[in-house]
Design a protein around this ligand. Structure first.
Ligand code: ATP
Ligand code: MG
Length: 554
């Protein structure tokens, strides 16, 4: 194991538990509610739990926390599984559904009643709230608190048998109405709800509350360390009460860590749902979102997300991480793995007047200068090319080293060209740039030691593959902050730019959904998996090449 200082606080706690003999094995879980898509924050929880199980050679359980029939949907079960598999967290044969434990949960409730630790209460939801007290005032005992065990057993069974309407009766834990922790003031642990459950159908008309169900699920599965986020810290005494009173021998232990928050992105289901409904984004996997499905569609890799989560670390204090750090991680991951292709996003024609008309040649180009193992490819070159509009200026400012009248530049891996003329339309927009080339400079090498300062990329016009390319910015306005005063999102009107007439190297026309590349100077791009067809790829920009982000310790 690594040295003490590089271990996070959860690892230190687990080390201690093992040393003290509290547990002789480690078992963790990821317990999502199947009520939406997973996002980058969930990825942190998944990778943390999975990573701990691996580190301690223990087990990792995948469990759907499907105890609330109102909000849950089958479709989410499949998307969640797909996302977790994609992240590489392998639950092997440990796939569980909390709803499979309903019988055992019912038994656990009966155990509590028998011990005099739970009672059926007839107060309405509103009365329960009134009796609960406040942070500064203790609560009051329910008038039903002292029912006999026999009566409670009978009433609870009646609850199960459908004799009451929704809300008419609840089962409550009998703890302490004066506890300084409101969660301990006789919390409701079972409610009547005549609803069909996606797994158990109409078998049950009573359902356990989260704070009762969750510790039981963990205990039934032999989870040792139940890792959750900080908002459950105040619920920990109740978690412990449940597993101890129900009588588990080696009960699981809850440990809380801080949620992962990212700047300038939206993770709340409520907001995303609205964006989807209003047609502002193209579904839950819109590449501007940070659901795992969206990140995958945008072209993020599991490795980049793993590195990101590791860089974030595990902490007890809430804080936000800069989105730029996620971008840094994907750039680092792709840098050496992907070919550097030439793609012109905003094309303008460049014509080489002294290059033979109708002639075409193949030039050899390295795929990645920093990684020779990616080999070389052949790129067609001819008299008419496309270059980026921004690579030519009629009247250049100082230190502009690209094309302008009279200047000579290198066409990347091809030849030196000198600008001799250009044409404009009535609106002043450049329509054609004319150059002459030096045949002696093939490969972009100087024939006589003369230097050129600028190198620009190009695509042969006759061979170019025309494609749609999409550029993204944050969905929310960085300057204004996420939310406006009335609680609505401050949207960035430029979050999506669709470029329909991009000119790409011909090889890119064969790219398949999910393939990714570096486009020289423009960034990393991935073939969209939703809107592409074979022979008709659409490209999403994953990330640009430039960043102001720096790792603190580098
Ligand atoms: P959200 O409302 O943001 O979608 P949730 O808490 O409702 O999240 P659950 O399905 O209940 O989603 O969460 C499953 C697990 O993921 C829980 O253990 C929860 O603590 C963890 N989790 C949720 N959001 C984050 C986050 N931002 N960072 C780390 N872990 C998270
Ligand atoms: Mg939740």
């Amino acid at each position: 194991m690594e040295n003490e200082s590089s271990r996070n606080f959860i690892e230190l706690e687990i080390d201690k538990d093992i040393k003290e003999g509290k547990y002789d094995r480690v078992c963790t879980r990821f317990p999502p509610e199947p009520n939406g898509y997973l996002h980058i924050g969930h990825a942190k929880s998944i990778l943390l739990n999975y990573g701990l199980a691996r580190e301690y050679k223990g087990e990792f359980h995948m469990r759907f926390d499907d105890t609330n029939p109102t909000k849950e949907k089958e479709e989410f079960v499949d998307s969640i599984k797909e996302d977790i598999q994609w992240l590489g967290a392998d639950w092997k044969d440990h796939l569980y559904f909390a709803s499979d434990y309903f019988d055992r949960m019912y038994e656990a409730a009966v155990t509590l009643i028998r011990k005099g630790k739970a009672y059926v209460c007839d107060l309405t939801a509103e009365q329960i709230r009134e009796y609960r007290g406040t942070l500064t005032e203790p609560g009051k005992n329910s008038p039903y608190r002292d029912r006999s065990i026999e009566e409670n057993l009978e009433l609870f069974e009646n609850m199960k048998n459908g004799m009451y309407k929704d809300g008419e009766k609840v089962l409550r834990a009998k703890i302490d109405m004066a506890s300084p922790n409101i969660n301990m003031r006789d919390p409701v642990i079972y409610r009547v709800a005549h609803m069909t459950h996606h797994n158990t159908g109409d078998k049950w008309c009573i359902y356990p509350m989260y704070d009762f169900a969750h510790p039981l699920e963990d205990a039934f599965e032999g989870i040792t360390h139940s890792i959750c986020t900080l908002e459950f810290e105040d619920h920990r005494p109740l978690y412990e009460w449940v597993v101890n009173e129900v009588g588990f021998e080696k009960p699981p232990r809850q440990i809380e860590f801080a949620k992962l928050y990212l700047t300038n992105v939206i993770t709340g289901k409520r907001y995303i749902k609205k964006l989807v409904e209003d047609g502002i984004v193209d579904g839950w996997d819109d590449p501007r979102l940070v659901s795992i499905a969206a990140l995958r569609r945008r072209g993020f890799t599991p490795e980049s997300i793993k590195n990101f989560v590791e860089l974030c670390g595990v902490s007890k204090a809430n804080s936000s991480v800069d989105y730029a750090m996620l971008e840094y991680c994907i750039r680092e991951d792709l840098k050496l793995k992907k070919s550097r292709m030439m793609a012109i996003l905003d094309p303008v024609k460049l014509i080489i007047d002294n290059y033979e008309e109708g002639k075409s040649e193949l030039l050899e180009v390295p795929n990645n200068l920093e990684n020779e193992s990616l080999g070389k490819r052949q790129v067609p070159f001819s008299r008419e090319l496309y270059i980026e509009r921004e690579d030519f200026m009629e009247e250049p400012p100082r230190k502009y080293f690209r094309l302008f009248p009279g200047n000579e530049v290198r066409l990347m891996n091809a030849y030196f060209v000198r600008c001799v003329d250009f044409k404009k339309d009535d609106s002043g927009r450049i329509t054609e740039i004319h150059c002459t080339y030096d045949p002696e400079s093939k490969g972009g090498n100087s024939p006589d030691g003369r230097k050129v300062k600028g190198t620009i990329h190009w695509v042969s016009a006759a061979d170019a593959f025309t494609a749609e390319v999409r550029l993204y910015e944050n969905l929310v306005d960085e300057e204004k902050g996420k939310l406006s005063e009335d609680g609505t999102l401050n949207l960035n009107p430029n979050s999506l730019t669709v470029m329909k007439d991009c000119k790409l190297e011909p090889d890119l026309g064969k790219a398949m959904a999910g393939d990714s590349f570096q486009f020289v100077r423009n960034g990393f791009f991935c073939v969209d998996s939703k809107d592409s067809a074979p022979g008709k790829p659409v490209f999403n920009r994953i990330v640009s090449l430039k960043s102001s982000f720096k790792l603190d310790n580098k």
